[in-house]
Design a protein around this ligand. Structure first.
Ligand code: UD1
Length: 322
């Protein structure tokens, strides 16, 4: 019988791609989402949907009682700057909300959770590429909330209550190539969605945060990993949790670094025109370079990203506009 997965945050950007991948691999899917940043247009045919908040324990328990075999939890706030100004919002959503999910799982005998974590748990890199043995030292509250939940899951696993996979994403980008996911983020804070708003005329210009970093072109380097590749790691991780008792935390990235200038150049090539941008001061808390060593994902899950070329990635986003 098909296994049934509750996807908390399944109407959001990464969640909708996870929903798609689960459905394609024959899982049953129940999306649980409060639609605060997710969008109903991202609900795919074949998925069930409950509109609910992870802070609403009653509704959450009712959803979890529907013969759920595993949970993918991606319902969280993710604006790094905001997390430093309003940590209480992040404490509630990202920490209390996640604890509600874990507790509801235990209450309902649901044993497996794939958790959406972040490279932000590592803080300022002491070396790159970053492997999973790199010291954990988040420099923003957002990153701390992710690590706090990783630690809770580790305790619950140690106590025999569940097993978990913590997936530490580097920079998630792109859209499903078949254009089945169309919901764009509202008020985006991340580089590529902002670039797309400039490309489509919704925003006047892009400010590049710093061109005096110690990198070849002076702009920051990140590891941009396609969201469809990320989605595949979630299903692989869920299968692993269901067949083995183990728990694990691993990086998801391509291992390849791309600078902000390179993202701009790739975009200009894809869209066939110049982007309006200027150089602005550095943004607080931005490391010069952040790339992943994702060998563990390959060793444990056989996971390797299909997308490694930034132009191909940008094209999957631009395709939604044309
Ligand atoms: C951050 C987090 C990451 C989190 C993600 C989700 C860290 C180190 N990383 O990624 O874990 O999952 O947010 O929101 O905390 N940039 C510009 N102009 C802009 C926007 C961005 O130049 O208007 C640059 C940034 O300086 C950075 C790159 O683009 O070098 C990517 O930025 P962004 O998309 O915001 O992601 P991160 O900050 O890398």
């Amino acid at each position: 019988m098909a296994k049934k997965i509750l996807v908390a945050g399944g109407a959001g950007y990464i969640g909708s791609h996870v929903q798609k991948q689960l459905l394609e691999e024959g899982f049953e899917v129940l999306v649980y989402d409060n639609l605060s940043s997710g969008d109903k247009v991202n609900l795919l045919k074949g998925a069930d949907f409950i509109e609910g908040d992870i802070l609403d324990k009653n509704t959450l328990d009712k959803a979890m009682a529907q013969n759920i075999d595993g949970v993918v939890h991606l319902a969280a706030k993710k604006a790094v700057g905001e997390s430093m100004e309003k940590p209480e919002i992040y404490a509630e959503n990202n920490i209390s909300g996640a604890i509600n999910i874990l507790n509801s799982m235990i209450k309902n005998g649901v044993q497996h959770i794939v958790f959406s974590s972040s490279a932000a748990v590592y803080g300022m890199p002491e070396y790159t590429p970053i492997d999973e043995n790199h010291p954990i030292n988040p420099i923003n509250y957002y990153g701390y909330t992710k690590y706090a939940i990783e630690q809770n899951m580790a305790w619950f696993a140690k106590l025999g209550k569940l097993n978990y996979a913590a997936l530490r994403y580097f920079n998630a980008v792109g859209y499903a190539a078949d254009k089945s996911i169309t919901g764009r983020e509202r008020n985006p804070q991340n580089l590529l969605p902002i670039i797309m708003e400039v490309a489509t005329g919704k925003r006047e210009k892009l400010s590049v945060f710093g061109n005096d970093y110690d990198t070849p072109d002076g702009t920051c380097i990140r590891d941009y990993v396609h969201v469809s590749d990320l989605a595949k790691a979630h299903t692989a991780a869920m299968r692993k949790l269901m067949t083995e008792k183990s728990s694990f935390a691993l990086n998801l990235g391509t291992g390849k670094g791309t600078s902000v200038n390179e993202v701009i150049a790739a975009t200009e090539k894809v869209i066939g025109k110049k982007l309006n941008y200027d150089y602005a001061p550095r943004r607080a808390g931005d490391p010069a370079m952040l790339t992943a060593k994702a060998d563990k994902a390959f060793e444990l899950l056989g996971w390797k990203p299909n997308y490694t070329n930034i132009e191909d990635i940008v094209r999957t986003v631009w395709n939604l506009e044309i």
